[in-house]
Ligand binder design. Structure first.
Ligand code: 5GP
Ligand code: MN
Ligand code: MN
Length: 493
């Protein structure tokens, strides 16, 4: 599509720079993944990001990158927190969509033959699909508390134990949350969805560990071959979506000139330090907290269901949280950067300065290395756990934050395999029932979904090869392989 690339080192591609680009734009990919990336508007969108005022070099696309709304999914962009911008489009509609992994002390043998029983019980316990209904019946006070305090509120209410909090990114709470910046409409949409999976791409999956690549780290993570684990993928439901819409509209109204000047109006952003930027940040942080509460309430339901089915307690099943990572988020983080002619940059020489940046990760996962103070004490010596799901018919991976992540990608890596085709195209290519039967017969994976259409839209074939994605992450030392898992059973939202 006219965007020319140059391989600057193995698996690192740079876009040819034009006059409007303020900073270099870079893609992490091997040849195979690059072909997928070149099939849609990803590179054009990445180029547009590099044109935005206040962007800190470089603008980045992770190996799972694909076209998104304005800003690519798999995109990472940092803006100076004083002179830069914060952009709802660079966070995404599903604010703090993310994944968490719950461990068990069960092995594959313990679960084999009981997949249906387990999945049916989970399907009853965890609301899913488009509609409403949540694990928790919410009062106005509860909702405000959840928005403000995140997983801390879950601890107060008995939905979480203290250790859960310690095993979430940011300890499951953004202190900058401002519930008063969340519209009534957004709150109304969230009120009856607290503790629900949602639809489409969201899922709850029972998996087994199939491969261990790094014994020492797997040990620190408490993961072992054949172990059964549960992966939960969901976000902030209608609440986050409404926050994103509300603020995109306000930006267009209050900063029409600025929006007009952008290469794509879907990149609409508010200038750092403006009242609107502060309001959006406060509202987004509240939505972030809501998503953490959502995943925690689902965890609570999953624990109770396992306890029921296996006729014991979740504590006896050691259903501890490995980690919870966000993959649609913007955060103020301090990073060491060089001062260059273009502004601030990860590349340069001489001394570095520490700057507060709004790091946007849209379809990208934080990947902090060993030693970073924001990595929980339990994992400080090995690095932050990174969760990269594949598909309902492929492996998923746990990685650890790599030694080059801060220098290369503002401490970030991929968030999944990444989509190959749109939902519309997927429905033309696949039939839900057939996909379900194939998974059962060929892979012994039991899938249950709120609708057959979802299964078609989420068929394994609509996703890229996750092995290639994690391979690039590992090779670049931004996130290093620890274990691989494979689905046993799956609930699709
Ligand atoms: P997203 O947040 O962009 O919708 O999805 C994150 C990633 O999850 C996708 O890129 C895809 O690789 C992965 N994924 C989607 N559905 C499933 C599933 O049912 N099971 C697993 N393990 N991964 C999935
Ligand atoms: Mn989501
Ligand atoms: Mn997601």
């Amino acid at each position: 599509d006219g965007v020319t690339l140059r391989e600057v080192e193995d698996d690192v591609w740079e876009l040819e720079r034009d006059d409007e680009m303020r900073v270099p734009a870079r893609v992490f990919a091997n040849e195979t993944l690059l072909e997928d990336i070149q099939n849609d508007k990803t590179l054009e969108q990445l180029r547009n990001v590099a044109c935005m005022p206040g962007v800190v070099a470089p603008a980045l696309c992770m190996p799972d990158g694909h076209q998104g709304y304005g800003f690519p999914v798999g995109g990472v962009a940092a803006f100076d927190a004083e002179d830069g911008y914060i952009s709802p489009g660079a966070v995404g509609f599903d604010i703090n969509c993310g994944v968490r992994m719950v461990k068990t002390n069960l092995t594959y043998e313990d679960v084999r033959g009981r997949e249906e029983e387990l999945v049916d019980a989970l399907f009853d316990a965890v609301p899913c699909g488009l509609g409403g209904g949540g694990v928790h019946d919410v009062s106005h006070t509860d909702l405000e508390a959840a928005l403000e305090r995140g997983v801390d509120w879950c601890v107060e209410e008995g939905y979480a134990v203290r250790e859960d909090r310690l095993h979430c990114e940011d300890e499951g709470r953004r202190p900058d949350a401002d519930p008063s910046a969340v519209s009534k409409k957004a709150k109304d949409r969230g009120a009856n969805q607290m503790g629900s999976l949602g639809s489409g791409n969201h899922f709850l999956e029972i998996q087994r560990v199939t491969d261990v690549y790094d014994d020492e780290t797997a040990d620190a993570f408490g993961l072992d071959e054949d172990q059964v684990v549960v992966l939960i993928h969901c976000g902030s439901r209608g609440l986050g979506h409404q926050v994103c819409s509300d603020y995109l509209r306000r930006i267009e109204q209050e900063y029409p000139d600025l929006t007009e000047d952008l290469p794509d109006k879907d990149l609409a952003a508010a200038p750092a330090g403006s009242e609107l930027a502060d309001d959006y940040y406060g509202a987004m942080c509240a939505a972030i907290n809501f998503a953490w509460v959502n995943r925690q309430l689902i965890t609570h339901a999953v624990r109770e269901t396992f306890a029921d089915v296996f006729d014991t307690s979740w504590q006896a099943l050691e259903m501890d949280l490995l980690y919870d990572v966000a993959h649609n988020i913007a955060k103020k983080e301090a990073h060491d950067v060089y001062v260059t002619d273009d502004g601030y940059s990860l590349d340069g020489d001489g001394g570095r300065v520490q700057r507060d940046l709004y790091v946007h990760r849209k379809g990208a996962t934080r990947a902090f290395p060993a030693g970073h103070p924001d990595v929980p004490t339990a994992y400080r010596e090995v690095g932050q756990p990174i969760i990269i799901p594949g598909s309902m018919g492929a492996g998923s991976y746990i990685l650890k934050g790599g030694s080059q992540s801060l220098a290369r990608s503002f401490g970030s890596t991929a968030h999944g395999a990444g989509r190959l085709m749109s939902r519309t195209q997927a429905k033309r290519e696949y039939g839900g029932g057939e996909v379900q039967t194939d998974l059962r017969e060929q892979n012994e994976i039991y899938v249950k979904a709120a609708s057959g259409e979802t299964i078609a839209e989420e068929a394994p074939g609509v996703y890229k090869d996750v092995d290639e994605v994690v391979g690039v992450s590992d090779a670049l030392d931004i996130g290093d392989l620890v274990v691989r898992t494979f689905p046993i059973a799956n609930i699709k939202g």
